[in-house]
Write a protein that binds this ligand. Structure first.
Ligand SMILES: [Zn+2]
Length: 112
């Protein structure tokens, strides 16, 4: 473990997550991360926490923001999305690997 715990916040029934869900055609709830907040649509905070792979995936994105710096992460994420598409975006590949890595949970504290 390295550095202080990162405090993560949740926003349920988020309009930005609803827009993303519409665009991606997500039927089973969607989470989208901006900085240290996880925005949710069609899934509650409790449901996300109960879904460990999905939770760890989203936490990995928070850690990516920390690693790269918030603004730079967004720029790189956008660049990679255009270059490689959503699924092959290196940040998404890394986040999918974190779905099986529960050590990411040790680096964060879940808030409201
Ligand atoms: Zn992701």
């Amino acid at each position: 473990m390295e550095g202080p715990l990162i405090h993560i916040h949740f926003q349920e029934r988020s309009w930005i997550a609803r827009l993303a869900a519409k665009k991606l055609g997500a039927k089973n709830g969607l989470a989208i991360v901006f900085f240290r907040t996880i925005y949710l649509h069609g899934i509650s905070k409790a449901q996300l926490i109960a879904n460990k792979p999905m939770l760890q995936h989203e936490i990995k994105h928070v850690l990516q923001y920390q690693e790269h710096g918030g603004f730079m992460f967004l720029m790189k994420y956008l660049f990679y999305s255009i270059k490689y598409g959503y699924y092959q975006n290196p940040f998404e590949i890394e986040a999918r690997l974190a779905e099986k890595d529960d050590t990411v949970l040790q680096r964060v504290k879940l808030e409201d």
